[in-house]
Design a protein around this ligand. Structure first.
Ligand code: AMP
Ligand code: ZN
Ligand code: FE
Ligand code: FE
Length: 276
């Protein structure tokens, strides 16, 4: 059986609603999934309201992908199995969502200066019900205006880390996010460590208390997957994996079930979280 522990929905910058994602996961016969939207648990709330239980098939693990920024690196930390009601976590998520709104306004100010004016209202419309606004929503508005043809081109020219229209995220260091995840009863896993392109940072975050490494990710080559899997094993850490599915045309994987991890990674995670 296969699992996918890294999935985005319309609650952040994915294109499918949480309910659509669960249906796709069922169709792909996945044993378990984790909804890991950027900086929000809204997808989980939507599923609860729609009557989905965590123990349903597939098993649904509560998740968040936290965006933390170091001066030269974006560091994404996956949180799994935390208490969604944890007050400090809720307060922090609220701050992140608020900051993402002002961050988009700051990006639009930069874009105007660069000759690509956009209406804030239009970005909000394109983001639909998304709680967590992000660069992909801005990119879509730029494409709609005819400034660029693809999201990849927008990132390359304007929005990549430290690019001309880049605005950093709300400042919280990865170490602080790891501690917050622990206080909320969750497991902290470093997302796509190979994307950081600096294993000294990975080592530092392990020392800071990480519980696992996401070894299996579409952006990792076979060598990286093997290396991070071995590193996790040697350090007594969890190994996790997922597709980073956004349901976005042109972004791999375009279907759920195409890139998965073995169900043993979910079993390990559940054991760690005492929810098996
Ligand atoms: P944000 O939450 O605003 O930091 O945006 C993060 C989102 O942008 C994630 O979905 C990333 O996968 C996406 N992203 C980051 N870099 C690129 C890129 N070069 N091309 C396309 N999407 C990207
Ligand atoms: Zn995303
Ligand atoms: Fe990420
Ligand atoms: Fe992601």
């Amino acid at each position: 059986m296969a699992v996918d522990l890294h999935i985005h929905t319309t609650a952040s910058d994915g294109w499918l609603t949480p309910v659509q994602v669960v249906h796709k996961a069922q169709a792909a016969s996945l044993a378990g999934i984790a909804i890991t939207d950027h900086d929000t648990l809204e997808g989980l709330n939507i599923l609860k309201e729609a009557g989905y239980l965590p123990s349903a098939s597939p098993v649904i693990v509560p998740g968040i992908e936290f965006s933390t920024d170091l001066p030269e690196h974006e560091v994404h930390i996956l949180a799994y199995g935390m208490d969604p009601q944890h007050q400090e976590l809720q307060n922090y998520l609220q701050e992140l969502i608020r900051d993402r709104l002002t961050r988009v306004e700051k990006m639009l100010a930069k874009l105007t200066q660069l000759g690509y004016p956009l209406e804030y209202r239009r970005v909000r419309e394109l983001a639909g019900n998304a709680k967590a606004l992000g660069r992909p929503h801005v990119a879509r508005a730029l494409i709609e205006k005819g400034y660029f043809l693809t999201i990849a081109e927008v990132f390359e020219r304007l929005l990549m880390k430290n690019g001309p229209a880049y605005v950093p995220h709300y400042k919280l260091m990865p170490e602080e996010v790891i501690r917050l995840i622990h206080r909320a009863g969750g497991a902290a896993v470093l997302a796509h460590p190979g994307q950081i392109h600096n294993d000294d940072i990975v080592a530092g975050l392990i020392t800071a208390g990480l519980d696992g490494l996401e070894a299996y990710h579409p952006h990792h080559c076979a060598d990286e997957a093997e290396r991070y899997q071995q590193w996790a094993l040697d350090s007594g850490l969890l190994t996790t994996g997922g597709s980073d599915y956004h349901g976005m045309p042109g972004r791999f994987p375009e279907q759920l079930g195409v890139f998965t991890a073995e169900d043993a990674v979910l079993a390990q995670l559940q054991q760690f979280l005492h929810i098996a």
